[in-house]
Design a binder for this molecule. Structure first.
Ligand code: ADP
Ligand code: MG
Length: 462
């Protein structure tokens, strides 16, 4: 049959399977709300872990002193130092960013933590005199560790499982703070981990420091997750002392959300089966940065094979998993040149496909659009689920509450089409009146700063 017709059919099928009309998104939001209740009711009650974070107070703005943060959770890790002088003022901040060598993501706990502790040692060795603490006072660190952790206290917690391409089996069930502390000892770093936080929780804390209406945080980076402020009374599985604030931050681990309403395709299914964590993180695999480019590759591969999209043979590089990264996909999606020059260049540079005709380039952009639109709209549905659970999508005492959602992650920050689609979809879902009271803010590096703020409020010296 005619290859053009064939590729048009595959495209049409993709579009239909990925469709996310508002009615479907509402079903997904409702399913999210149901799972939130179930996860809060009992440990293991839902695919949503709804983890208790032991953060029952968010920063007030009065925090003072020099604190450190270490942010590990994806492709890069960051070390950060902030000087807080009260009144919500961050006097000084400095950070270093280091990429994690891929072999360390699948090696041993000691190798990973030694590498991190060694970077921390360098960061401290380079710092100026003015950061030297008074004798006898230990440096304090907020550790942002963005994987599912069962916390035992604000400064301890055991790893439940890895996500996002990490796989170090010996770590499962171990206390991540103890592992980091041992590595710091080995590397001669004298520092105490005062707070162990997920990046969503750090972002929530960092966001709240700037804006008191922040109640939800969402990460869209390599992976995806959300945290929010819950009423302690609405957490049946919490048997600890009732927090004075009456509140507790919940780390949803929403990446592991799954529902029969999700518009899954054959591409999602094979991506999942061939992943390091099959059957897990299904929502994350549809919406987050690690996977969008890979979904694009899988669609292109099928079109190359069945519809000769790139000529008689399948370009060999197109067979390599994860060769097409989301920043590349984003660059192609945003190509506004009349001949789609950027698309042509990317296909040539990344996949070794020279001289693609304009019609092929247009098809590629359409696929980018379908995949990114589905991801962004699903993320909006997830947020709607939280708004519903917390009653922020209905009147309170005759008024609409103001809700600010702190957003962080490279995907949200850089993929403008995705970001715009997410915002538009959320507005569409909540309606005009409520949309005026719901604001998304980019909380750049909020997770690191938030972790330092939580280290300050849980300092051993106060
Ligand atoms: P992490 O999630 O690993 O902590 P980031 O928040 O910096 O780190 O997010 C990095 C991820 O964001 C990348 O893995 C990639 O998927 C996505 N990303 C980065 N830059 C872009 C871009 N220009 N366009 C689209 N996605 C991007
Ligand atoms: Mg991050």
């Amino acid at each position: 049959s005619n290859p053009c017709v064939k590729s048009a059919n595959i495209l049409k099928e993709l579009e239909e399977k990925c469709a996310t009309p508002a009615s479907k998104l509402r079903q997904i939001a409702d399913a999210m709300t149901v799972e939130m209740h179930a996860g809060l009711a009992s440990e293991g009650g839902s695919k949503l872990k709804m983890l208790i974070t032991y953060v029952d107070n968010l920063p007030t703005g009065d925090e003072e002193g020099v604190f450190y943060a270490l942010d590990l959770g994806g492709t890069n890790f960051r070390v950060l130092r902030v000087q807080l002088s009260g009144k919500s003022v961050i006097e000084y901040k400095e950070f270093a960013e280091v990429s994690i060598p891929p072999h360390l993501m699948v090696g041993t706990p000691d190798a990973l933590f030694d590498y991190i502790a060694a970077e921390l040692a360098k960061f401290i060795a380079d710092e100026s005199e003015k950061f030297h603490l008074p004798p006898g006072r230990q440096r304090e660190l907020g550790f942002t560790f963005s994987f599912p952790v069962l916390q035992l206290s604000i400064d301890s917690g055991t790893l439940i499982r890895w996500t996002k391409g990490f796989s170090i089996n010996d770590m499962i069930g171990k206390d991540v703070v103890a592992e980091l502390t041992k590595a710091m000892d080995r590397q001669g770093v004298d520092m105490r981990v005062s707070a162990l936080v997920n990046d969503t929780v750090g972002t929530l804390a960092g966001g709240k420091y700037d804006n008191k209406d922040v109640a939800i945080a969402v990460i869209l980076g390599t992976g995806s997750n959300a945290a929010y402020v819950e009423r302690a009374q609405a957490i049946p599985k919490w048997h600890g002392p009732h927090p004075k604030s009456g509140e507790m931050v919940i780390n949803m681990e929403w990446g592991n959300f799954k529902s029969s309403h999700l518009p899954l395709t054959e591409y999602d299914n094979t991506l999942d089966v061939e992943s390091l964590n099959p059957g897990e993180q299904i929502f994350e695999k549809m919406i987050a940065g690690m996977y969008l480019g890979e979904l694009l590759r899988r669609v292109l591969y099928r079109m190359a094979e069945e519809a000769a999209l790139f000529g008689d043979t399948v370009p060999p590089k197109l067979k390599t998993q994860f060769i097409l990264r989301t920043p590349e996909m984003s660059a192609m999606h945003h190509d506004t040149s009349p001949d789609l020059k950027v698309v042509g260049e990317k296909l040539k540079d990344i996949l070794g496909i020279p001289d693609t005709p304009l019609s092929t380039r247009k098809t590629v952009v359409e696929i980018c659009n379908i995949i990114a639109t589905r991801g962004a709209r699903l993320a909006a549905a997830g947020i709607l689920g939280i708004l519903k659970k917390t009653g922020r999508e209905s009147f309170r005492d005759g008024e609409i509450p103001n809700t600010v959602i702190a957003m962080d992650g490279g995907l949200y920050e850089h993929y403008i089409e995705y970001r715009n689609c997410l915002e538009n979809t959320l507005n569409e879902l909540v309606g005009e009146n409520f949309a005026k009271h719901i604001k998304l803010i980019l909380s750049n590096d909020g997770s690191g700063i938030g972790a330092a703020l939580l280290a300050a409020s849980h300092s051993q010296y106060i």
